[in-house]
Design a protein around this ligand. Structure first.
Ligand SMILES: NC(=O)c1ccc[n+]([C@@H]2O[C@H](COP(=O)([O-])OP(=O)(O)OC[C@H]3O[C@@H](n4cnc5c(N)ncnc54)[C@H](O)[C@@H]3O)[C@@H](O)[C@H]2O)c1
Length: 348
């Protein structure tokens, strides 16, 4: 193997977080080639990666992580030495309507990747093939595996798993399979469990892009229930920096929670976004509105809607010196500006 240039298989890189991670990683490191394996479901879009499409150390392959033959072929063809696994079905609402693809991609797909990595890198349990000793599998997961919190408390890495939706149950299952590959085979794995991300390139089905998109198109902004559900929001680049740190410096077999200590209620988020839009997008505001806030409507809550998530990020902060650069108010401003710019590009 060429020791100077390492090749990492990134899965799901055309989705929201992966497409923020790939340009960040290629820019920061000169000694990695990234192979992006993405099925391009409705959630993936190669336009998200337009800034790297001609990058000499970036290769895109369309395909399914559940396709064992394809995954093995990629390991052989590119001498894969690391995996950073983002690919997933990721939208809770979809998992309530059609859970099957969540089990298929999130559980079986993770298994196929892990097992291929084990076969390609290891000759026996706890014995890496010569030259493959540094190879690592990084699994990207979510804080939703921990279930829901009351008014107080935080999720730590020790919090017992209690997933409540088919999405979080499928992610919890995949986390457990990753864990088992460490304990049974000695595969060099790390897992990160992150809170809600937001930022550029997120699919329009998710809360923050929906609020912005509906406001700009003068459609009502639906807010589930009383709007007091709390999420711990993290700007996507801060997540990417956490993944980078854990991939390079995290202890094998460990899990790390990533969260920005930015708990905000959904109704606060909707209101703040409308105020920002009143400021920076007043020129495209529908004439019938004084403020975008007039579009906010409360709608029936979704089944199994977790009340509150919040992450205790002490472990990654103290052991790996990770710190979020953005707080919610600085990150959301950048995000709203990005979406307004996209909106204008699409209209012209
Ligand atoms: N978005 C968040 O707030 C958040 C928070 C914590 C953890 N996560 C986790 O981070 C990862 C990425 O999330 P995201 O928001 O970028 O998701 P996303 O839905 O935006 O993107 C998922 C990507 O995976 C691809 N994909 C789906 N099924 C596939 C398959 N079978 N084979 C190959 N590719 C497939 C899609 O085409 C898409 O490009 C997921 O594992 C998710 O569980 C997300």
């Amino acid at each position: 193997m060429d020791n100077n240039l390492k090749t990492i298989l990134v899965t799901g890189g055309a989705g929201f977080i992966g497409s923020n991670f790939i340009p960040y990683f290629l820019k920061k490191y000169e000694d990695y080639t990234l192979i992006n394996l993405d099925k391009l479901t409705y959630a993936g879009n190669t336009r998200n990666l337009s800034e790297v499409i001609n990058h000499p150390r970036y290769i895109f392959r369309q395909g399914d992580i559940c396709d064992q033959v394809l995954v093995s072929r990629l390991f052989e063809e590119f001498s894969i030495e690391g995996v950073i696994h983002f690919a997933a079905e990721s939208h809770v609402d979809n998992s309530i309507k059609s859970p099957e693809s969540f089990i298929e991609t999130n559980v079986k797909g993770t298994f196929v990747l892990l097992n291929t990595a084990r076969e390609y890198w290891m000759e026996a349990p706890f014995k890496y093939k010569s030259g493959y000793e540094g190879c690592r599998f990084h699994h990207i997961s979510t804080d939703e595996v921990y279930g829901t919190l009351g008014e107080t408390g935080l999720f730590t890495e020790e919090t017992p798993y209690a997933p409540n939706s088919p999405y979080s149950a499928s992610k919890a299952s995949s986390d457990m399979i990753v864990r088992s590959y460490y304990h049974t085979y000695g595969l060099n794995v790390v897992t990160t469990n992150c809170s809600n991300n937001y930022g550029p390139k997120q699919h329009r089905e998710k809360l923050i892009p929906t609020i912005i998109d509906n406001a700009l198109n003068a459609k009502t902004i639906p807010i589930y229930g009383d709007g007091k559900n709390v999420r711990d929001w993290l700007y996507v680049t801060d997540h990417c920096k956490g993944i980078d740190l854990v991939y390079h410096e995290g202890d094998s077999g460990e899990t790390y929670n990533i969260g920005g200590r930015n708990e905000r209620e959904n109704i606060y988020i909707a209101t703040l976004i409308c105020e920002l839009l009143d400021d920076i997008a007043s020129h495209v505001k529908d004439k019938s509105l004084n403020s975008y806030k007039e579009l906010i409507r409360h709608v029936n809550d979704r089944p199994g809607h977790d009340r509150r998530y919040a992450i205790d990020a002490t472990k990654i902060e103290t052991e790996l010196n990770w710190m979020a650069d953005e707080n919610f108010e600085t990150g959301i401003k950048k995000t709203v500006e990005w979406y307004v710019h996209q909106f204008q590009l699409e209209r012209n």
